[in-house]
Ligand binder design. Structure first.
Ligand code: ACO
Length: 331
């Protein structure tokens, strides 16, 4: 295969499980209220997967929708990523389970771990694999069953997350500039501000670890908030600069859907009011699925159209962050 420069999204899809958990429902589980949650986060409800649905099941539904949108068969996929922090199991990868469920038998598959930034990291990695000729058609999925990894006794975290999946099919070629240059970064020195400390090789599964609830997500919310605002705003500016673009040329900004106040603070820093897509009210924070779901909804409801310039930005555990700009080439 010849190296190619332009790589474009040719289809998107998303899926959220049927069950809706409202703020009022949460107030029956922990000491909280609709007013507290909505005013601090912008969230009203989130979707929760059924007991028999694993992350790969959610990812499979989003993948099927993206393939249908792209109008291609699963066998055309030669690279498949799942970005997730809630895999079906430690190994094999959730990507391999999705591959089997959709019949993408010609793909090589792996998971990508960048917490909530995973979908943008996967998009960037897949784009580069295609651009250098190592793959032709990639299926990139962000999928999370967060409900299994959050502590339903901790009101400071359990209100924030939801389950869901989003996917995009990307391919060489396309009209316009396609997926442009990304600006990405990480800072492992701040890992302890947002992590799941138990259950891995550092602190393996034991009765003691479970009694201490170390297998659940832990977060220093205020610290995460501050870093998220600074890093996402910086990354957007860097991505714009790399691609010789100005903020006023961007039709739609799609940020990680973690909290409306984080989004509002970024909007203020970048001066982009009125051009930001949000759906955090309906789904809460679906981690690596959030950007993918928002992008799919923005495409389907006509917010973004062929030829539009779209900026994406993410922030997550690690810390990890990034931004990218793309010219929407799908009609
Ligand atoms: N309901 C009612 N009260 C609550 C709740 C709740 N669900 N949670 C916390 N409180 C209380 C606290 O106990 C505290 O009470 P105290 O003052 O008596 O001690 C008070 O509310 C204030 O708590 P803070 O944590 O300081 O509240 P804050 O205004 O910072 O809001 C929040 C908390 C919403 C978590 C905020 O810090 C935030 O959004 N941070 C970013 C988190 C985030 O988005 N993380 C994900 C990004 S990366 C990724 O997606 C993985």
């Amino acid at each position: 295969m010849e190296p190619t420069r332009t790589v474009s999204i040719i289809g998107t899809g998303s899926y959220v499980p049927e069950k809706v958990l409202t703020n009022q429902d949460l107030a029956k589980i922990v000491d909280t209220s609709d007013e507290w949650i909505h005013s601090r986060t912008g969230m009203r409800e989130r979707h929760i997967a059924a007991a028999d649905q694993a992350t790969s099941d959610l990812g499979t539904e989003a993948a099927k929708a993206a393939l249908a949108d792209a109008g291609i068969d699963a066998e055309e996929i030669d690279l498949l990523f799942v970005a997730t922090l809630s895999p079906d199991m430690f190994f094999p990868s959730t990507a391999c389970f999705v591959q089997d469920k959709i019949g993408a038998k010609n793909a090589f598959c792996y998971d990508l771990g960048a917490a909530c930034s995973g979908f943008l990291y996967s998009l960037e990695t897949a784009k580069n694999q295609i651009a250098c000729g190592a793959a032709k058609t990639a299926l990139v999925i962000g999928a999370e069953k967060m409900s299994t990894f959050i502590d339903w006794e901790d009101r400071s975290t359990c209100i924030l997350f939801g389950d869901g999946a989003g996917a995009a099919v990307i391919q060489a070629g396309g009209e316009g500039r396609g997926i442009m240059q990304a600006a990405m970064g990480s800072d492992g020195s701040l890992a302890n501000l947002l992590w799941t400390p138990g259950g891995g090789s550092r602190n393996p599964i034991s009765h003691e670890m479970i009694d201490q609830r170390q297998h659940y997500l832990k977060m220093q919310g205020r610290e995460v908030f501050k870093h998220a605002v600074v890093r996402m705003a910086e990354a957007v500016n860097q991505a714009l600069e790399k691609n010789n673009l100005r903020a006023d040329e961007i039709k739609c900004f799609i940020p990680h859907q973690a909290n409306i106040r984080i989004i509002d603070a970024i909007v203020k820093r970048l001066g982009i009011a009125g051009r930001v897509y949000t759906n955090v009210e309906k789904y809460a924070n679906t981690s690596s699925a959030a950007l993918a779901i928002a992008m799919d909804e923005a495409a389907k409801d006509g917010t973004i159209q062929q030829g539009d310039l779209v900026a994406l930005t993410v922030f997550g555990g690690g810390f990890t962050w990034g931004a990218n700009v793309l010219e929407w080439s799908k009609s």
